[in-house]
Structures are given as structure tokens and as C-alpha cells.
Design a protein around this ligand. Sequence first.
Ligand SMILES: Cc1ncc(COP(=O)(O)O)c(C=O)c1O
Length: 394
Amino acid sequence: MKPDTRLVHAGRDPERNFGIVNPPVYRASTILYSTVAEFEKRAERKYTGCSYGLYGTPTTLALAEAVAEMSGGFRSVITSSGLSAVTQALTAFLRHGDHLLLPDAAYGPTRAFGENVLARFGVDVTFYDPLIGSGIADLVRQNTRVVYVESPGSHTFEVQDVPAIAHAAHARGAIVVMDNTWATPLLFRAFEHGVDVEVQAGTKYLAGHSDLLIGTITARDEALFRTVKDGTTAFGDGVAPDVCYETLRGMRTLAVRLRHHERSALDIARWLAGRPEVARVLHPAFPDHPGHALWKRDYLGSSSLFGVLLRTSSDAAVTAMLEGCRLFKIGASFGGFESLILPSRPGENRTATPWRETGLLLRLHVGLEAVEDLIADLEDGFTRLNAVFGKGQA
Ligand SMILES: Cc1ncc(COP(=O)(O)O)c(C=O)c1O
């Protein structure tokens, strides 16, 4: 079946729910057992069924089943946020004395978790150039347990050579954990490119409506899945069934929304590339973009999120531009129906590959509004920017 069809049907079982189309919201902490023998066997149930509310209800399981089906993985675990999916995917596999490789362009809080938390618990963390490709083999050590990838980079959009990185990691017995939030499994088939554990901030495209937080961790096989499930259980992370229900509802329209996001984002990126105020557009589908050839080889499309490097370095000019926008609102997320924009400062967050650009970087999430209206909003924004700084030549 095609992905669109799978998304419509995954995780549903009307026959078991009085013919109701959507899996209902089951609310539970306590789950009852009819015999002592069943109760004594409850530990095994946490992997596949319902044993206690914290470990999942039929609503959680319906979402997990749909996510795993979309990803082509063995099974999924649902977590309370995208960041908790990242941190729990890492802690499930890492222990004191292990080495972790993190890309320099990773989502800021992921980076901070490595630097501030994992390091405190005795995990050795090395940041690497996201464009390193097979060169990562030189950084993989005897004790490297996890090679983490996030492609494209959260603010700078470098596309990683995931198959080459996975090859080098596996050769030394390490596993590959990937944050696949930008592409979703619809646009990047992580498991087909060597990834072992896929993480998504379901908060973004899966949910799609900027009104909830959720994370997903999908494992390639049963052994990896059990390790992940043991890890999330140990931390006591749980998700309300209502949030799972809303995420599953969002997923039904994911394919349609992503196609719209892609088209509109490309239209706007091309328009921006022609503006005198813009030095460069950072979009994986642009031929001059670092990693464009890899994107063409491995990805099935692009999503809503990209960057624009301005010629100006004036904070005042950019503030005038952003604060006056009617449609592009200032907000640090993406994947929702509404457009967002923010000033990004990647230089503050890199150690392996210093950011040398002098112009200011804007990150745009192109929502579902009409492209003409969004362009008009940005055009007015450039008028304000130029009024402060004069034709964007500074
Ligand atoms: C790439 C990426 N991964 C993970 C997260 C974390 O998701 P959440 O906000 O649900 O914790 C984000 C959030 O912005 C993100 O951009």
C-alpha cells in the first residue's frame, strides 16, 4: 500500500470498537486482572499490551502501531515530547564509559543534553561535522555505542550521508539513532538507510496543529524495541491518551499537508533567492546547498522548514522586519498549519564546525496559507528591513 493509504487506515480497528471509525480515548491508571496468574505475568504485557496506565492504553498502542507502520520499523514507543523521545532513545542505549557522536548542527536541547546531562553521567560526547560522511569512521572508537544523526541540521540544514555513517557505525558495533522530524518517514525511509532507532518530535508534522507535545521512538527490531521500552518505563514517562488521539487524528492528513508544505516552501524559497537582501537560501532541494546530492539520492521530498541567510547583520533591521509580519509569526517550532519565522544564531551552538557567516540567518516554517499572501507579508517585511538599513546592502 502507498503511504497515503497506510496513514488513513493504520492503528484503526472499528470492528473492535462498536464500528467507531477512530480508536477511542481510553483513560486509565489502574488496569484490572481477573486472576493472580495473569497479574504475576504482567511484566511481559508492557511490551505488547496494557498492564498499567503509564505503560500505555489501547489509545497509546493505536498511535504506536500507526507510527511503526508509517516508519517500517518493528514497533514504536510514545513519549511525552519530542525532546523526551531524543533523551530516552539515548539513555536507553548509553551507559557510563560509553562514547556518543553527535552532529554539530543538532537541535540545541539535544546538544545540551549531551553536554550537560550525559557528560555528567560519564558518557564521553564528541561533536562532529554533519557533512563528514564516511569520514566518521575516524571518530568511531572501541567504546562508541551510539552515532546520532539529525538530517537536515535543525537551523543550518546540512544533509547527512546517513548510509555511509551507518556503515561506519555498524562496522564498529555502534548503533545509529536518528532524529527524523524534518522529513518524517514519508520523505526519508530511515530504516532503509541503515538507521536502528528513529526518533520524531510528533509535536511537529504528525500532530500538525501546534497544540500538543508528543514524541515517538521507533526501533528496527525487537531487541532494540525492548531496550527502548525498558528505558522509557524506567523513567516513568507517560502520555495522556487524549494527546495520542489528537496525534493520530493529525496523522490522517499528514501526506496531504506535507505535499502542500513542500510546494509552498519551495515557491517561497525561490522567491527569496531572487531578493537583493538575501545572500543565500539554505534549502536541501537547492542545487547549491551542502548535501543537495545526498538529498536527491536519499529523500523523497522536502518539507516546510528552511533557512535564509541575509546580507545584513543588523539586529534592528531584522527586528523591524519580523515584528511587523502579519502572517509569519515569531515562534520556535514547525510542522503546524501556520507559518513561523525566527532569527537563528547557529554560531552560538557549534564547536566542531564554526559558523563563519556574517549575515543574519532566518528560519522559516511555511504553513498552509496561500503563497501569494505569505510573499506579500515577506515583501512588506523587506520594506521595513530596508527602511532601517537601506536596501539590504550592509
Ligand atoms: C529537530 C527537533 N527535534 C526534536 C525537537 C523536540 O520536540 P518537542 O518540542 O516536542 O520537545 C524539536 C523541537 O523543536 C526539533 O526541532
